[in-house]
Design a protein around this ligand. Structure first.
Ligand SMILES: [Cu+2]
Length: 121
């Protein structure tokens, strides 16, 4: 009975340590995601994409946010990603960067609005 109890204590201790490790590590991963998301943000303001050229790594997310009072869209020239719906003020649109290459895009409501995403390996 004593051996059983000791084994149980060791098991419980292991579980607690494992949980702590996961909690710390999991938090770290979440922060990394948040930082990545913040970096890969394109603001649409005054009828322009800002920054106009953004470099990301394949697999990363890119988010546009419309800061104008006008609706805008995000459409890939070569259909490298699905087009957005018309974005209202403060609405966002997110894609995951696919194959490495240069993604040119524009706003279908105002075709003079253009931008580029450079996707690296
Ligand atoms: Cu537009």
């Amino acid at each position: 009975m004593r051996t059983y109890s000791n084994k149980l204590t060791v098991l419980l201790a292991t579980l607690i340590i494992l949980n702590l490790w996961v909690a710390v590590f999991g938090d770290g991963m979440k922060n990394m995601d948040e930082i990545t998301a913040r970096q890969n943000r394109i603001e649409i303001k005054d009828f322009a994409f800002n920054p106009q050229t953004l470099t990301v790594k394949s697999g990363e997310k890119v988010t546009w946010i419309n800061r104008d009072e006008e609706p805008h869209t995000v459409v890939s020239v070569d259909k490298q990603f699905n087009k957005s719906t018309a974005l209202d003020t403060d609405q966002t649109f997110t894609i995951t960067a696919g194959a490495p290459g240069t993604y040119s895009y524009f706003c279908s409501v105002h075709p003079k609005m253009t931008g580029t995403i450079v996707v690296e390996k």
